[in-house]
Ligand binder design. Structure first.
Ligand code: HEM
Length: 475
């Protein structure tokens, strides 16, 4: 975290990037976001803002400069916006950077040794065991489930034609349903209703930054939100543990007859104990449903504000979808649909910060990184950076069409991160999103139902503060 008051910037040398113009619509839509403040926040308003809406702490300089140095409670921090610096810290010298203690304090009590929060040797072993679960062959096998669930969901929405729905909520329901089905195939150790309720309570406890964490208070001091969630967390974990043991028994009885889902793949994976499978299932539920849901809802919102772009996507779906046989092809064959989703993830990155702590002194560009300092790689800043994007705040999906793609540096677009800790579920999410959008938009049109733009807040993911009310029409 950065106290803007203490920010200073280096010379800016080693910043060769110019804006990369892409062919654009004539009057693209400007995507709402908190207005960066011109002067630094004082200590109290910094703490208040960082705990209520962290993406609001940033000033105008954060969207203009390659590196920004600051200090928080005596710990140096460096905002790295320069793609070459991102490559250095997250890829070339990734071993020098561990997960930031603040993030670990928030997530580790919930996710324990899951891939997202594991470090060192445990992370390496877990990643090796889990990577094969997400190979293209396995993900392609999930696309029919994604198609079936999304089609059913679209039917449900069609029945609410003319009404207003909160798409932020609806998309979370859809992606939860898809994830649950691809994880367990409905084979869970409780009634679906009580399982869903228990999952909701668990996800609710992932929410906000506790002021105690921000102030670096030791972990033995109880956080109020953690205390509240402890009982429901224990119950949720017991349901997952029972579900795993049921499946283990099923696989032992009939190895080929077990459902083809993520749980079977995890149970059959090399070298994962039951406790580790439990942590990773909980991690997938935490990392792999709300993220996709947010981006889907933002995509539908942005398209509703850009009728020309929406018309392009609808025309593509109408023309191409009937010619495709298997849903695993859709992500490649629907470039406008995919580009709209990718542009939504640029403007509203579900994971807006990828922060690390430096183990040993290092240097990125011409900036020294002392041992122990916090390195802030912020998709929220990089994706809207004035030096990296033409009209950075505007919704211009054509940037992501295949013919324009090579104008985008690999290290300036980071919705799934980069380097060894890149999102293991990235292609799962992309396939799911394109399939869901195609089926939702095939017969339906969604229009934003409020006069005022949504207020954008960060609660782990970047989301609308009060939902995204949209009117559903058949088209
Ligand atoms: C649009 C959807 C998604 C987005 C934007 C997203 C974003 C990310 C990002 C940025 C990271 C890297 C974090 C860092 O470097 O600090 C990450 C890691 C991870 N993601 Fe995703 N994710 C998405 C969907 C999924 C799905 C569907 C799953 C699983 C079913 C998943 C599971 C994970 C896991 C396990 C990690 C940790 C990887 C590691 O540390 O080795 N994510 N995700």
């Amino acid at each position: 975290m950065t106290n803007n008051e203490t920010l200073s910037s280096p010379t800016g040398a080693g910043w060769p990037h110019a804006s990369a113009p892409a062919p654009t619509a004539s009057r693209p839509f400007r995507a709402p976001a908190p207005v960066p403040h011109a002067t630094p926040l004082g200590f109290v308003s910094f703490v208040r803002t960082a705990t209520s809406n962290p993406i609001e702490i940033w000033g105008t300089r954060a969207f203009k400069e390659p590196y920004i140095r600051g200090k928080w409670l005596g710990v140096p921090n460096i905002v790295v916006n320069d793609p070459a610096g991102v490559r250095h810290c997250l890829v070339e010298n990734a071993r020098n950077y561990v997960m930031q203690p603040l993030r670990q304090r928030i997530l580790r009590p919930l996710l324990r040794d899951g891939l997202l929060t594991a470090e060192g040797e445990l992370w390496r072993r877990t990643r090796k065991a889990i990577a094969p679960v997400f190979t293209p062959r396995h993900i392609s096998g999930f696309t029919e489930t994604m198609q079936a669930r999304a089609a059913l969901f679209a039917e449900g929405l069609a029945a609410r034609e003319g009404g207003e729905v909160d798409m932020a909520h609806e998309m979370a329901m859809l992606t939860f349903d898809i994830l649950q089905e691809t994880l367990f195939s409905g084979d869970i150790a409780s009634e679906p209703q009580s399982f869903a309720q228990s999952t909701r309570e668990f996800l609710g406890s992932m929410g906000r930054v506790d002021p105690l964490d921000l102030l670096g208070a030791p972990s033995f001091l109880p956080r109020i939100r953690q205390l509240k969630g402890r009982k429901s967390m224990a119950y949720f974990r017991s349901l997952i543990a029972e579900t795993i043991e049921k499946r283990r028994a099923k696989i032992a009885r009939d190895p080929e007859g077990a459902p083809h889902d993520l749980l079977t793949l995890l149970v059959k994976a090399d070298g994962l104990s039951s406790a580790e499978i439990e942590d990773n299932i909980i991690t997938f539920m935490g990392a792999g449903h709300e993220t996709t849901a947010r981006s889907l809802a933002w995509t539908l919102y942005l398209l509703s504000q850009a009728p020309d772009e929406r018309a392009l996507v609808e025309a593509e779906i109408d023309a191409v979808l009937p010619t495709l046989s298997h849903p695993s092809e859709w992500v490649e064959k629907l470039p406008h649909t995919r580009a709209a989703f990718e542009e939504a993830m640029r403007l509203y990155p579900p994971a807006p910060s990828l922060n690390r702590t430096a183990l040993a002194p290092d240097r990125a560009g011409d900036v020294d990184i002392p041992a122990g300092s916090t390195v802030l790689v912020m998709p929220w800043l990089i994706h809207r950076h004035e030096m990296l994007w033409d009209r950075p705040d505007h919704f211009i999906p054509s940037r992501f069409l295949p013919e324009n793609r090579d104008r985008i540096d690999r290290y300036q677009y980071l919705p799934f991160g980069v380097g060894p800790r890149v999102c293991v579920g990235a292609s799962f999410a992309l396939q799911e999103a394109v399939i869901a959008l195609a089926l939702l938009m095939k017969h339906l049109r969604f229009d934003y139902a409020r006069q005022t733009p949504p207020e954008v807040v960060q609660r782990i993911t970047v989301q609308p503060a009060n939902g995204l009310p949209m009117r559903v029409q058949r088209r």
